[in-house]
Design a protein around this ligand. Sequence first.
Ligand code: TYM
Length: 329
Amino acid sequence: MKRMLSGIKPTGQLTLGNYIGALRNFVKYQDEYEMVVFIANLHCITQPQDPADLSKNLTDAVALYMACGLDPEKATIFLQTDVKAHAELGYIMACNTYLGELNRMTQFKDKSAKGEKNLTAGLYTYPCLMAADILLYNPDYVPVGDDQKQHVELTRDIANRFNNKYGETFTVPEPLIAKVGARIMSLQDPTKKMSKSDETNKGCIYLLDDLKVARKKIMSAVTDSVGKIQLDKENQPGLYNLIEIASSLSGRSMEEIADEFKDEGYGKLKGYVADVVCAELERIQTRYHEILDSHILEKVLADGAAKARAIADKTLADVETKLGLEIKY
Ligand code: TYM
């Protein structure tokens, strides 16, 4: 069985973008692949976090993984800091990554271009930790949204370089990016990605949003003045995004949805998108409360960490040997 690995960084509440671009695909693949999914808590602290909020977000993220359908009997689910090999291999990866490569990473470039102050060294070297997260498990595929593609490509470069220098060690993984829903855009600014760090909160739907709030965000989504429902990503990006959201969640094609509403007003389409989104949120939220009430998170994470450690520690030991980090008695 081929292996897949992915993770989410819960710096805030998980979003509809995380669900459509990543989480729901983990669920889809768990029957076909050996799925390894973790909560990237070390990545969260690359930017300042309130400790109480962070801890709550981590708990919610695990509960949401399962509420969205990840089954701990099928997938290995764990917290990054429960497997210490991530931090060590992250450091080793940093020693095998060039500054020029990190300088090209658009996420860091965008943040520094915006003039954000006090950016940390952790944020800069974060792609090295991400490479370690992946390579420790030698996965064949890494299912991610479009914005993480560059990081997976860097991981491939680092893996190839390491293999060439020290001998075959890592599987070189492929990013797996869905055709529809790989980049869900902000409802308030469809030129920007829907993101946990949305300043106004209006452009982003959170999986735990009150259903009325979620509906309102969709009904007030920014569209255009063209006045015609059709698929024109360039000139009608807001409308396109709404149709893409509905298509991802309903399994209907974007063309079919656009065609159904071609003679209607934007309000009608938005109402349909809101129905589809709210039905999905309601299902997830009901499961989320059941999971929290059942107090199974601790056991799920302990079992997941034990399984993950067995794989990761073996890879790390091999890397240490190849690098000559051990003393042979
Ligand atoms: P993060 O937490 O920003 O996002 C988690 C996953 O959700 C996807 N995603 C989206 N997809 C579609 N539309 C959106 N608006 C949207 N927003 C987010 C992301 O592409 C991602 O797949 N560095 C990673 C976490 C990570 C990781 C890893 C992932 C750490 N180590 C190893 C894979 C493998 C991150 O910050 O994702």
